[in-house]
Design a protein around this ligand. Structure first.
Ligand code: ADP
Ligand code: MG
Length: 536
């Protein structure tokens, strides 16, 4: 520590580049500091540091991190504790550019596996960034002394030592996450694809604010006929709505909460923090929200189960376009979800292409089937389940045609769910089915990207992978717009996608493997402890 102190005083007032000399490792009374990367100027990407606390001294009881799910929950908790301590002890801006700022990446309403805090039997490591302070373009060494010698130890002592934290709160956090994991595992034995517990609070503060709606939110309550009960390891018995395999429709009047329920299901692949309201809303982990995404690019996707004999004999078995329509994009999104091994599709009429969803009797009478390239989802959704084991939850307030293909129909009335399966199926029966037989659903063909399109180079950099927000991935020369991938929630995920594509390009691109198969099978990928990537 004294060594760092002296170095910082010595470089005070020198050119900013003088900071390069502080890279290295320093021993503090309560932790070890490693300065891993020193920024080139005050406006550049901030410097990266990591801090390691001896596990015996941090003294977190063993049972708080003994299983993987508990460890992830504890790591998440500690990341939030550091962020909180930064808010409390760090002065912040101390000069030009990013001078004086500390930052650690944490999740928001969800609990994600991330590498900002890593707990192991030997130590607790936290990685964050800081803006080394400058006056103009000169190193402000004295300010840096305040940051490293004064602020940093306060942050670490307040956040990474068990005795400084509220042990009740830690346990509550860990127990909640553990229950959510147990609930998701239980879905399989209960033969369900999703579960929404009684008391869940689904609406959000606003379209751009994922926190719970605080005022006038009506809590969820499952109708008796669809209710299931589960015993969770910590919370004990919990009752709620069980959504079974097959095709489930969510119907109801406009503004009665249909999309809100579907959005909650979309996020059911993640665990949530206590107090979020969706802690006991879970889906199977491979559930995929699928929507129309006109304007997207498609590359050699077999959309022929949905779209066939296009004008001018255009191929749909390996369909490519730079600019897809609503229906072709939605078809491609479904096929890609199947390629990824989904067993649950989540679809909302609000974000679907109408001609992809339905084609009613009158339209069939007017436009002969052989003149219509689109086989709407309504003709496919049962095959998807019966031949491929892929269930669907579809929000459909506008067409009763789907009653023909539904197993369960849930109506939302003033935000409360009702089981209307019987009356809906009774309505379906007397009417001649709108379902016309269609040829069998092809297995998706395996695709693999060409090695040369995965080139991560841009300008004079060999590897340039960057993110501008959750929805924006820059990979080499490519600009990838992820704004319609509604289950993507964190910029760290976006960055990781870029890094995984890069990893694939380095290790597999020329081996004939396909990208999806590899990310599922490569043990190296599933090792979250690897220090392969920088903290994101
Ligand atoms: P729909 O898709 O049926 O048209 P939405 O799901 O978009 O309806 O919901 C309409 C409005 O009602 C939204 O502003 C939403 O936040 C609110 N809302 C949804 N569920 C609840 C609830 N349980 N309690 C209070 N407000 C809700
Ligand atoms: Mg809606």
């Amino acid at each position: 520590m004294d060594n760092l102190h002296n170095k910082l005083l010595a470089l005070d007032g020198k050119g900013y580049k003088a900071y390069k000399a502080i890279a290295g490792t320093y021993t503090f009374p309560t932790f070890t500091l490693s300065i891993d990367h020193v920024q080139g100027d005050p406006f550049a990407t901030p410097s990266r540091i990591s801090v390691s606390v001896d596990a015996n001294k941090a003294a977190f009881p063993h049972d708080l991190w003994q299983t993987e799910v508990r460890r992830v929950a504890l790591e998440d908790f500690l990341g939030r504790a550091i962020r909180h301590a930064i808010g409390r002890f760090v002065k912040g801006r101390r000069g030009s550019g990013g001078s004086g700022e500390f930052h650690i990446s944490t999740s928001r309403q969800q609990v994600l596996v991330r590498n900002a805090v890593l707990v192991s039997k030997d130590n607790i490591e936290a990685r964050f960034t800081l803006g080394l302070p400058a006056q103009g373009r000169r190193a402000a060494g004295r300010e840096a002394v305040s940051m490293f010698i004064n602020e940093l130890p306060k942050v670490i002592n307040a956040a990474l030592y068990y005795q400084s934290l509220d042990s009740q709160q830690i346990r509550q956090h860990i127990h909640s996450v553990e229950d959510q994991d147990a609930l998701r595992h239980w879905l399989q034995e209960a033969e369900l694809v999703a579960f929404v517990a009684d008391g869940a609070l689904l609406p959000r503060a606003s379209g751009v604010d994922d926190r719970p709606l605080c005022k006038d939110a009506l809590l969820f309550k499952a109708p008796e006929s669809l209710a299931r009960t589960v015993t969770l390891p910590n919370a004990g018995e919990v009752r709620g709505l069980g959504i079974g395999h097959g095709v489930t429709l969510i119907v109801g009047g406009g503004f009665h909460g249909k999309s809100t329920l579907l959005h909650a299901l979309e996020r059911g692949v993640y665990n949530h923090i206590p107090g979020d309201g969706r802690e006991r809303v879970v889906t199977i982990e491979n559930a995929v929200k699928v929507r129309a995404e006109d304007g997207r690019a498609i590359s050699r996707v077999n959309i022929s189960p949905f779209i066939d004999h296009l004008p001018f004999g255009r191929d749909t078995v390996a369909f490519s376009t730079e600019n897809a329509s609503g229906s072709t994009s939605q078809a491609a999104n479904i096929i890609e979800a199947l390629e990824c091994g989904t067993q649950l599709l989540l679809i909302d009429e609000d974000t679907s292409a109408t001609n992809f969803m339905i084609r009613d009797k009158r339209m069939q009478a007017l436009v002969a089937d052989d003149k219509e390239p689109i086989t709407p989802l309504i003709h496919r959704v049962r095959d998807l389940y019966q031949q491929h084991g892929v269930s669907s939850v579809i929000v459909m307030g506008g067409s009763g045609d789907y009653f023909d293909v539904a197993d369960t129909v849930i109506m939302l009335d003033a935000y409360q769910p009702h089981d209307v399966t019987e009356p809906a199926l009774a309505l379906a029966r007397p009417i001649t089915p709108t379902i016309t037989p269609v040829k069998a659903f092809d297995e998706p063909v395996s695709r693999r990207p060409d090695a040369d399109v995965l080139n991560p180079a841009r300008a004079n950099r060999e590897v340039k992978i960057n993110t501008r927000g959750v929805n924006d991935l820059l990979y080499g020369e490519h600009h990838i717009d992820l704004s319609q991938v509604e289950q993507l929630i964190d910029i760290g995920q976006t960055h990781s996608i870029g890094l995984m594509i890069y990893y694939f390009s380095q290790h597999y691109a020329t081996t004939g493997e396909n990208l999806i198969g590899i990310t599922k099978n490569d043990g190296r990928h599933t090792a979250p402890r690897a220090r392969y990537f920088q903290s994101v």
